[in-house]
Design a protein around this ligand. Structure first.
Ligand SMILES: [Zn+2]
Length: 268
């Protein structure tokens, strides 16, 4: 696992699995852990990374309720979890889903965990809105489209945007929510990307603002092409691996093909 400091108050750890990112953010004596790495050894070392840097982790945030972002409790078992209303609702409405998907991953890779994943009932945060940390406040923006739930976290004093599963340099847009919502999220994130020093995607290394803006434009073009042309939509140049083509195929199945000129291709 790689860990890099983006700012005196921001550390990003990138997992070996899916390059999933985990962001530690601090203000005063309080720190939050946003999302999580995936492998047990990475989760085990996370408290030491935080402690060495003087980050006292008092809470967990999840950008959305996909299992690979929800493992922070393995590192900080006492910390309460905060997330958007939409993610909290998903955790309630899909009980055990994260645990099942984690088990599937672990079974496939023969990964052993010290204990089953326990997820506390999440604290519902106002999105759009803010959450206090130390003497400062994190800004929360709705970020749905990848899934039907989620939020992005803007750290104003560090000018870091924790985007959730958007703006990834390694993964094309994965549309499990809706294309329309995805495009709206990109439009909401755009002004934050422009004023950021760094953007932390859910998967892949932290990006500077120029690179993140370029990925945002690529992703917008890809989704528009997907909606309008279906299968003929071209994948972004740097993201055309076999795995990305599988995601593309799932996107096509989800978003569907236009039925005729000007026909809406996506169920509302
Ligand atoms: Zn993810």
């Amino acid at each position: 696992m790689r860990a890099v400091g983006l700012h005196a108050d921001v550390i990003v750890a990138t997992s070996r699995a899916f390059q999933t990112t985990c962001t530690l953010v601090r203000s005063d004596s309080e720190a939050f852990c946003i999302d999580s790495p995936v492998f047990p050894d990475e989760l085990e070392i996370l408290p030491a990374i935080a402690e060495q840097a003087g980050f006292g982790v008092v809470g967990l945030l999840a950008t959305h309720a996909d299992w690979d972002h929800l493992l922070g409790r393995y590192a900080f078992p006492e910390a309460p979890l905060g997330c958007s209303e939409t993610s909290a609702a998903r955790l309630v409405n899909e009980p055990g889903a994260a645990q099942r998907e984690l088990r599937t991953f672990d079974d496939e890779l023969y990964v052993e965990r010290p204990r089953p994943l326990s997820l506390p009932s999440a604290q519902r945060l106002d999105v759009p809105g803010g959450v206090e940390i130390g003497d400062r406040e994190l800004v929360l923006e709705a970020a749905d489209g990848h899934t039907d739930d989620g939020m992005a976290v803007w750290i104003p004093w560090a000018r870091v945007l924790v985007a959730g599963d958007y703006l990834s340099p390694v993964e094309i847009p994965m549309i499990e929510g809706s294309a329309r919502a995805y495009l709206a999220t990109l439009a909401r994130l755009e002004p934050l990307v422009e004023q950021s020093d760094y953007v932390v995607p859910g998967h892949g290394e932290p990006l500077d603002a120029v690179r993140a803006a370029a990925i945002l434009r690529e992703d917008r073009a890809y989704i528009k092409a997907l909606v309008e042309q279906g299968e003929a939509a071209k994948l972004p140049l740097a993201r055309r691996t076999a795995e990305q083509r599988k995601i593309h195929a799932r996107n096509i199945a989800r978003v569907g093909r236009p039925r005729g000129p000007g026909a809406g291709s996506e169920p509302a």
